[in-house]
Structures are given as structure tokens and as C-alpha cells.
Design a protein around this ligand. Structure first.
Ligand code: HEC
Length: 154
């Protein structure tokens, strides 16, 4: 190995080590049962599990961080998705939403499942459990539709 390559390699390692001192704030507030959709609505367990596995890391206040997502710069990359994702839709704030917003959230959930645009592709690379089959997408979508009708009639 040339001297230059060695120096570059050592530089990179030092940079990665230093980066570990800088982390975004964790997205892990305690579950508020009065607010979170899964406790407010209490869907069947398999529906709750699908949402938790596929969507909750970026659309709730409770991200589960596997070890590699605690590593900088991966942690920053995920953090950006969480921030953007939560701004669009946050299942942990369902309890405080009015009827129209609840219906909007449910309908949007079905829309992206139908279109296959969520979860994000980059996320699926590392999250096998978040890959949804066509059947699971339909299951989830049907549930959100039923729930939206219930909210409408309330
Ligand atoms: C890795 C993080 C991540 C995961 C996991 C994820 N999302 Fe998203 N989601 C985002 C981001 C970031 C955005 C903002 C728009 C964008 O950048 O594409 C978004 C946007 C959305 C939107 C609004 C976009 C629109 O067209 O109205 C909906 C609805 C949504 N996500 C639903 C879901 C659902 C349902 C799941 C689970 C099946 C899910 N997301 C999983 C990160 C994520």
C-alpha cells in the first residue's frame, strides 16, 4: 500500500471515530397511551405489528434503533428521515387530532400503501421486517378505510 493511501485510510478512521461524538437527539419519547394511534384505536394485533414494523420508526415518537443506526453518519441520515416523516404524519399524535385530521391520516396511509411509495426504499435495505407483501398492504389499507368510516360516523 502506498504511503498516501495509508495516510488517507488512517484519516478516514480518525474521522469516523471523531464523528461518534456527534449524534442527533434520539427520537424515543415514552408512549403516551392517550395520544398514540395504536393505543387510542387499538387495532387488531397483526395490524398494529405491521404499522409498528413498517412505519413507526419514521412516523411516531418512538424509533427503535438497531446498533448500526446509532453510528454516525448513519444516525444523521435516519434522523433527517424521521424529522421529515413526522412532519407529514405522526401516529403518536393521533389522540390530539380532530376528526378531519384523523381521517386525513388514515386515508394518506392507505394512499402510500397502494402506491407502494412507503416505506422508503433506502430503509428497506436494512429492514427486512418492514417489507410488506401485496397482501399485507391490502390488509392495512382495508383497516385504515374501515377506521376512517368509523371516525366519520362518530
Ligand atoms: C425511513 C423512514 C420512513 C419510513 C419507515 C416510512 N416513512 Fe413515510 N415518509 C418518510 C419521509 C422522509 C417522508 C417525507 C416525504 C419524502 O421525503 O418522501 C414521508 C412521507 C409520508 C407520507 C406523506 C406523503 C404523501 O404523499 O402524502 C405518508 C402518508 C407516509 N409517509 C406514510 C408512511 C407509511 C404508511 C409507512 C409505513 C408503511 C411509512 N410512511 C414508512 C419517511 C418514512
Amino acid at each position: 500500500m502506498s504511503r498516501r493511501l495509508k495516510i488517507a485510510g488512517i484519516g478516514l478512521i480518525v474521522l469516523l471515530v471523531v464523528l461518534q461524538f456527534f449524534h442527533p437527539e434520539r427520537n424515543s419519547a415514552p408512549v403516551d397511551p392517550e395520544q398514540d394511534m395504536l393505543t387510542v384505536v387499538a387495532p387488531p394485533e397483526h395490524i398494529a405489528n405491521l404499522l409498528r414494523d413498517a412505519c413507526y420508526d419514521c412516523h411516531s415518537n418512538q424509533t427503535l434503533y438497531p446498533w448500526y443506526q446509532k453510528i454516525s453518519p448513519v444516525s444523521w441520515y435516519l434522523n433527517r428521515h424521521i424529522k421529515k416523516g413526522k412532519k407529514d404524519l405522526n401516529y403518536s399524535e393521533y389522540g390530539g387530532m380532530d376528526k378531519a385530521d384523523r381521517i386525513g391520516l388514515l386515508v394518506k396511509t392507505c394512499d402510500v400503501l397502494d402506491a407502494g411509495t412507503m416505506p422508503l426504499q433506502s430503509y428497506l435495505l436494512f429492514h427486512q421486517e418492514a417489507r410488506l407483501t401485496q397482501e399485507e398492504r391490502e390488509l392495512l389499507c382495508n383497516w385504515t378505510e374501515e377506521e376512517a368510516f368509523k371516525v366519520m360516523r362518530e
